[in-house]
Design a protein around this ligand. Structure first.
Ligand code: PEP
Length: 248
Protein backbone atom coordinates (compact mmCIF):
# COMPACT_ATOMS: atom_id res chain seq x y z
CA UNK A 1 0.00 0.00 0.00
CA UNK A 2 1.43 3.43 -0.88
CA UNK A 3 1.93 5.68 2.12
CA UNK A 4 -0.71 8.41 2.41
CA UNK A 5 0.85 11.86 1.97
CA UNK A 6 0.64 13.74 5.29
CA UNK A 7 0.82 17.50 5.82
CA UNK A 8 0.76 18.98 9.30
CA UNK A 9 0.45 22.67 10.10
CA UNK A 10 2.09 23.73 13.34
CA UNK A 11 0.66 27.13 14.24
CA UNK A 12 2.94 27.33 17.29
CA UNK A 13 2.05 30.16 19.74
CA UNK A 14 0.48 32.34 17.07
CA UNK A 15 -2.86 33.90 16.41
CA UNK A 16 -6.07 34.89 18.11
CA UNK A 17 -9.63 33.61 18.11
CA UNK A 18 -10.22 35.80 15.08
CA UNK A 19 -7.18 34.70 13.06
CA UNK A 20 -7.85 31.05 13.92
CA UNK A 21 -11.36 31.45 12.53
CA UNK A 22 -9.93 33.03 9.39
CA UNK A 23 -7.34 30.28 8.87
CA UNK A 24 -9.96 27.54 9.20
CA UNK A 25 -12.34 29.50 6.98
CA UNK A 26 -9.67 29.57 4.26
CA UNK A 27 -9.04 25.84 4.62
CA UNK A 28 -12.77 25.13 4.46
CA UNK A 29 -12.99 27.00 1.17
CA UNK A 30 -9.86 25.47 -0.37
CA UNK A 31 -9.61 22.61 -2.82
CA UNK A 32 -7.42 20.11 -1.00
CA UNK A 33 -5.88 17.10 -2.68
CA UNK A 34 -8.18 14.35 -1.37
CA UNK A 35 -5.19 12.02 -1.20
CA UNK A 36 -3.43 14.16 1.45
CA UNK A 37 -4.08 13.68 5.15
CA UNK A 38 -4.11 17.15 6.74
CA UNK A 39 -3.57 17.84 10.44
CA UNK A 40 -3.49 21.34 11.91
CA UNK A 41 -2.06 22.13 15.34
CA UNK A 42 -3.38 25.39 16.78
CA UNK A 43 -2.39 26.65 20.23
CA UNK A 44 -4.11 24.62 22.97
CA UNK A 45 -6.41 27.51 23.80
CA UNK A 46 -7.87 27.43 20.29
CA UNK A 47 -7.93 23.67 19.73
CA UNK A 48 -11.60 22.97 20.40
CA UNK A 49 -12.78 26.06 18.56
CA UNK A 50 -10.74 25.05 15.51
CA UNK A 51 -11.98 21.46 15.79
CA UNK A 52 -15.59 22.67 15.75
CA UNK A 53 -15.01 24.98 12.79
CA UNK A 54 -13.26 22.50 10.50
CA UNK A 55 -15.76 21.27 7.93
CA UNK A 56 -13.85 18.59 6.08
CA UNK A 57 -13.36 15.10 7.52
CA UNK A 58 -10.00 15.19 5.72
CA UNK A 59 -8.67 17.82 8.15
CA UNK A 60 -7.95 16.78 11.73
CA UNK A 61 -6.57 18.72 14.67
CA UNK A 62 -3.50 18.13 16.79
CA UNK A 63 -2.10 19.42 20.04
CA UNK A 64 1.43 20.80 19.95
CA UNK A 65 2.49 19.01 23.12
CA UNK A 66 1.03 16.98 25.98
CA UNK A 67 2.02 15.66 29.39
CA UNK A 68 2.28 11.94 29.94
CA UNK A 69 0.48 11.73 33.31
CA UNK A 70 -3.31 11.43 33.13
CA UNK A 71 -4.09 14.08 35.74
CA UNK A 72 -2.79 15.75 38.88
CA UNK A 73 -0.74 18.63 40.19
CA UNK A 74 1.01 19.61 36.95
CA UNK A 75 0.11 23.28 36.61
CA UNK A 76 0.00 24.50 33.05
CA UNK A 77 0.07 21.08 31.42
CA UNK A 78 -2.53 19.25 29.33
CA UNK A 79 -2.58 15.46 29.50
CA UNK A 80 -2.81 12.92 26.73
CA UNK A 81 -5.96 11.60 28.43
CA UNK A 82 -7.53 15.05 28.29
CA UNK A 83 -6.76 15.20 24.56
CA UNK A 84 -8.40 11.84 24.11
CA UNK A 85 -11.44 12.97 26.12
CA UNK A 86 -11.73 16.11 23.98
CA UNK A 87 -11.46 13.97 20.83
CA UNK A 88 -8.27 15.61 19.69
CA UNK A 89 -6.78 12.76 17.64
CA UNK A 90 -3.16 13.89 17.18
CA UNK A 91 -0.32 15.33 19.21
CA UNK A 92 3.10 16.68 18.19
CA UNK A 93 5.81 15.35 20.48
CA UNK A 94 9.47 16.29 20.70
CA UNK A 95 9.38 19.45 18.59
CA UNK A 96 12.83 21.02 18.67
CA UNK A 97 11.40 24.11 20.39
CA UNK A 98 10.18 21.84 23.21
CA UNK A 99 13.54 20.11 23.32
CA UNK A 100 15.71 23.23 23.27
CA UNK A 101 13.58 25.92 24.96
CA UNK A 102 11.75 23.73 27.45
CA UNK A 103 14.42 21.16 28.20
CA UNK A 104 12.68 18.03 26.95
CA UNK A 105 15.14 15.16 26.87
CA UNK A 106 14.92 12.08 24.67
CA UNK A 107 13.54 10.19 27.68
CA UNK A 108 10.70 12.74 28.13
CA UNK A 109 9.86 12.48 24.45
CA UNK A 110 9.79 8.69 24.73
CA UNK A 111 7.50 8.64 27.77
CA UNK A 112 5.13 11.18 26.23
CA UNK A 113 4.98 9.18 23.00
CA UNK A 114 4.26 6.00 24.92
CA UNK A 115 1.50 7.70 26.94
CA UNK A 116 -0.10 9.27 23.85
CA UNK A 117 -0.19 5.94 22.02
CA UNK A 118 -1.72 4.30 25.09
CA UNK A 119 -4.61 6.78 24.66
CA UNK A 120 -4.78 5.83 21.00
CA UNK A 121 -3.64 9.25 19.79
CA UNK A 122 -1.63 9.65 16.63
CA UNK A 123 1.84 11.06 17.30
CA UNK A 124 3.86 13.39 15.10
CA UNK A 125 7.28 12.56 16.51
CA UNK A 126 9.88 15.23 15.75
CA UNK A 127 13.57 14.50 15.42
CA UNK A 128 16.45 16.45 13.94
CA UNK A 129 19.96 17.74 14.39
CA UNK A 130 21.33 21.19 15.18
CA UNK A 131 23.64 23.02 12.79
CA UNK A 132 26.62 22.20 15.01
CA UNK A 133 25.73 18.51 14.93
CA UNK A 134 25.34 18.57 11.13
CA UNK A 135 28.71 20.29 10.73
CA UNK A 136 30.31 17.57 12.85
CA UNK A 137 28.70 14.92 10.59
CA UNK A 138 26.56 13.68 13.44
CA UNK A 139 23.16 14.06 11.79
CA UNK A 140 22.27 10.40 11.46
CA UNK A 141 23.70 9.53 14.88
CA UNK A 142 21.58 12.20 16.53
CA UNK A 143 18.39 11.20 14.74
CA UNK A 144 19.00 7.52 15.50
CA UNK A 145 19.65 8.33 19.18
CA UNK A 146 16.34 10.24 19.33
CA UNK A 147 14.46 7.41 17.62
CA UNK A 148 16.12 4.68 19.68
CA UNK A 149 14.92 6.38 22.86
CA UNK A 150 11.33 6.09 21.65
CA UNK A 151 11.78 2.55 20.32
CA UNK A 152 12.94 1.51 23.79
CA UNK A 153 9.46 2.39 25.10
CA UNK A 154 7.22 1.85 22.09
CA UNK A 155 6.72 -1.33 20.10
CA UNK A 156 3.80 -0.37 17.85
CA UNK A 157 4.72 2.41 15.39
CA UNK A 158 1.56 2.31 13.28
CA UNK A 159 0.21 5.53 14.80
CA UNK A 160 3.50 7.42 14.64
CA UNK A 161 4.46 9.84 11.87
CA UNK A 162 8.15 10.73 12.12
CA UNK A 163 8.90 14.37 11.33
CA UNK A 164 12.52 14.96 10.36
CA UNK A 165 13.12 18.59 11.19
CA UNK A 166 16.71 19.83 11.05
CA UNK A 167 16.84 22.50 13.74
CA UNK A 168 18.88 24.81 11.50
CA UNK A 169 16.04 24.84 8.96
CA UNK A 170 13.18 25.61 11.34
CA UNK A 171 11.89 29.14 11.01
CA UNK A 172 15.10 30.26 9.33
CA UNK A 173 14.07 30.27 5.68
CA UNK A 174 17.00 27.89 5.15
CA UNK A 175 15.37 24.75 3.77
CA UNK A 176 17.28 21.48 3.45
CA UNK A 177 17.88 20.62 -0.18
CA UNK A 178 15.82 17.76 -1.54
CA UNK A 179 19.00 15.63 -1.54
CA UNK A 180 19.90 16.50 2.07
CA UNK A 181 16.39 15.70 3.26
CA UNK A 182 16.09 12.50 1.21
CA UNK A 183 19.43 11.28 2.56
CA UNK A 184 18.26 11.56 6.17
CA UNK A 185 14.79 10.18 5.39
CA UNK A 186 16.41 7.15 3.77
CA UNK A 187 18.60 6.72 6.85
CA UNK A 188 15.51 6.87 9.08
CA UNK A 189 13.78 4.27 6.92
CA UNK A 190 16.87 2.05 7.15
CA UNK A 191 16.85 2.48 10.92
CA UNK A 192 13.17 1.47 10.95
CA UNK A 193 13.89 -1.59 8.76
CA UNK A 194 16.68 -2.74 11.07
CA UNK A 195 14.91 -1.96 14.31
CA UNK A 196 11.22 -2.47 13.58
CA UNK A 197 11.14 -4.70 10.51
CA UNK A 198 10.64 -4.08 6.83
CA UNK A 199 6.83 -3.98 6.89
CA UNK A 200 6.75 -1.30 9.60
CA UNK A 201 9.48 0.62 7.77
CA UNK A 202 7.57 0.48 4.48
CA UNK A 203 4.42 1.79 6.13
CA UNK A 204 6.07 4.48 8.28
CA UNK A 205 5.37 8.02 7.17
CA UNK A 206 8.51 10.18 7.40
CA UNK A 207 7.72 13.83 6.81
CA UNK A 208 10.08 16.78 6.43
CA UNK A 209 9.89 20.06 8.34
CA UNK A 210 11.97 23.20 8.13
CA UNK A 211 11.07 26.28 6.09
CA UNK A 212 8.78 24.36 3.76
CA UNK A 213 7.00 26.76 1.43
CA UNK A 214 4.98 26.71 -1.77
CA UNK A 215 8.17 27.35 -3.76
CA UNK A 216 10.14 24.37 -2.48
CA UNK A 217 7.51 21.76 -1.58
CA UNK A 218 7.15 20.06 -4.94
CA UNK A 219 10.77 19.05 -5.30
CA UNK A 220 10.86 17.77 -1.72
CA UNK A 221 7.56 15.92 -2.22
CA UNK A 222 9.05 14.14 -5.23
CA UNK A 223 11.68 12.36 -3.13
CA UNK A 224 11.01 8.67 -2.57
CA UNK A 225 11.26 8.75 1.23
CA UNK A 226 9.52 12.08 1.85
CA UNK A 227 5.91 11.33 2.74
CA UNK A 228 4.74 14.82 3.56
CA UNK A 229 5.59 17.87 5.62
CA UNK A 230 5.36 19.50 8.99
CA UNK A 231 4.90 23.18 8.23
CA UNK A 232 5.40 26.04 10.67
CA UNK A 233 5.38 29.59 9.31
CA UNK A 234 3.73 28.78 5.99
CA UNK A 235 0.84 27.02 7.76
CA UNK A 236 -0.35 30.49 8.77
CA UNK A 237 -0.49 31.64 5.17
CA UNK A 238 -2.67 30.84 2.15
CA UNK A 239 0.26 28.91 0.63
CA UNK A 240 -0.40 26.10 3.13
CA UNK A 241 -2.96 24.87 0.60
CA UNK A 242 -0.26 24.67 -2.09
CA UNK A 243 1.84 22.55 0.27
CA UNK A 244 -1.10 20.23 0.97
CA UNK A 245 -1.41 19.94 -2.81
CA UNK A 246 2.31 19.44 -3.42
CA UNK A 247 1.78 16.09 -5.11
CA UNK A 248 -0.86 17.36 -7.57
C1 PEP B 1 8.06 23.66 12.60
O1 PEP B 1 7.92 24.44 13.51
O2 PEP B 1 7.79 22.47 12.77
C2 PEP B 1 8.58 24.16 11.33
C3 PEP B 1 8.96 23.30 10.44
O3 PEP B 1 8.63 25.53 11.18
P1 PEP B 1 8.94 26.35 9.82
O4 PEP B 1 8.13 25.70 8.72
O5 PEP B 1 8.49 27.75 10.12
O6 PEP B 1 10.39 26.24 9.57
Amino acid sequence: MPRTFFVGGNWKMNGSIQTSKELVGNLNKAQLDPKTEVVIAPPALHLLLVKELVESAQVKVSAQNAYHKASGAFTGEISVSQLKDAQVPWVIIGHSERRTLFGEADSNVAEKTKAALAEDLGVILCVGETLEEREKNETVNVVVRQLDAVAAEVKDWTKIVVAYEPVWAIGTGKVATAEQAQEVHAAIRKWATDKLGSQVADDLRIIYGGSVAAKNCKELAGQPDIDGFLVGGASLKPEFVDIVNARL
